[in-house]
Design a protein around this ligand. Sequence first.
Ligand code: NAD
Length: 506
Amino acid sequence: MDVRQYELYIAGRFTRGTGDATFDSINPATGQTVATFVDASEADVAAAISAARKAFDSGPWARMPVAERAERLNRVLHIIGSRIPELAQMEYQDNGATVRQATSFMVPGALAFAMGMTDLATSFPFQEGIPVTTGPAPVGPYGAYTLKYEPIGVVGAITPWNGPLILAMWKVWPALLAGNTVVLKPSELASSTASELAKAFAEADMPPGVLNVVTGGGAVGAALVKSPHVDHVSFTGGTETGRQIATYAASANLKRLTLELGGKSPAIVLDDVDLDVAVDGVVWSTLFLSGQMCTCASRVLVDNKIYDEFVGRLVDRIGKLVVGPTDDMSTDLGPVVSQRQRDRIERYVQIGISEGAVAALEGGRPSSPELAGGTYLEPTVFVDATPAMTISQEEIFGPVLAVMKTESDDDAVRIANDTPYGLAASIWTSDTRRALTLSDRLRCGTVWINDHNIISPSIPFGGFKMSGLGRENGVSGFKEYLEQKAVYLDLTPSPEQHMWGLVAPR
Ligand code: NAD
């Protein structure tokens, strides 16, 4: 198989940069190298930032009407849209998703998010007039404010490996539609589709420097965050990395930050649920992308009145899922992303056992020789877990469920809220009123009722507590890429009415 070769994309040109370091993307399904990337040097990151700076400060992009920016970005989307199967294959070869997930969700979903954000941005009021009376009554100046939304400047976008193209689109599209310019740093585990996005920008003849793509590991991301010439960083990844990024950002230039971090989301199963629906729903909630989606439910809180029956059915259903090759349409679960991640997940399984959780299903490495080259791991279902256990508190990011028994709705809420995270939750019930009441008490950014992992371009998404700062998607997500400027015009009819007399009476 040919190994794809990629270069950095800086100021509208592809370049090998200043150093000679490279790194490989390894297909987690086979262990084979699928692509080679340039490991950007600090000088390369500086060049990308400088290209974005120039495009923002003196290029046409920030001053163009939003409709024109949208029209140009749509040309890029057409190119991406004409290559869905090929890009989907790159996604699953980089990160171990299944062909079913990559073809029908990861690439078309990325396009849908970009299109949704384009609709939102092109109807966004970039300017609002607000008539006001200011100053102390009964006198006081009278005037009008215009509230303007302006781009922030250079945006650094840093993404993880689990949804490479979608999560790049979540950042690049709103940032560019708002008039910013961008330096994108994809995950070193899955950089192919970000690099293909660069090619689509070149093919669509986008202005140089508007999007720059630099590849590499944490050091490349850190160089971006530490630069005083970057005005905003939008980061998706782990909570510890997010914490480091916040520190760098504060000491560099107090740059704006959007942080989408980790989670320990619960699926709450109430006693009145339709068990057939809930079992399939909880499998989807917990094991999409082998449990490697940030919102995946890794805790399943089940009412004690249905606990035994529900858990029996859940374990049975999960035990029948097909762990197999990523390019096979009948595969349900592919490998986890890397050897390192598999070792980490296996350590958590051992911790769960040592802390007394019962593995009703203990997933090991599959025995099939066909899968021996990949980082496959069958799912583990811990039952009778308790809220204080490590497996109930820490993000594992793999096919491992901690199932807990709850005594009441109050108990379910207490356990659901009892982690440092607050990304999402789902409630499974046939009683909508009961679900709505519970949803008010959950400390997280998204609550789904009878579904899970549903994210929309028009709805703000983000975390409470240590799951993040700010929002992506929706109007609030778009506003993350804008500064607000208030411009005041005096309309006071007579000089006496001004507040000036407080200093210099006439
Ligand atoms: P990660 O934090 O290891 O890496 C994410 C990105 O940050 C990568 O591009 C990486 O190279 C870069 N990076 C690493 N160290 C850095 C540093 N010091 N400074 C700047 N950049 C640095 O995360 P990951 O393993 O790629 O992804 C998994 C994590 O992402 C999980 O915790 C998951 O919950 C989270 N995630 C969150 C969301 C969300 O929207 N909340 C979505 C997807 C994934």
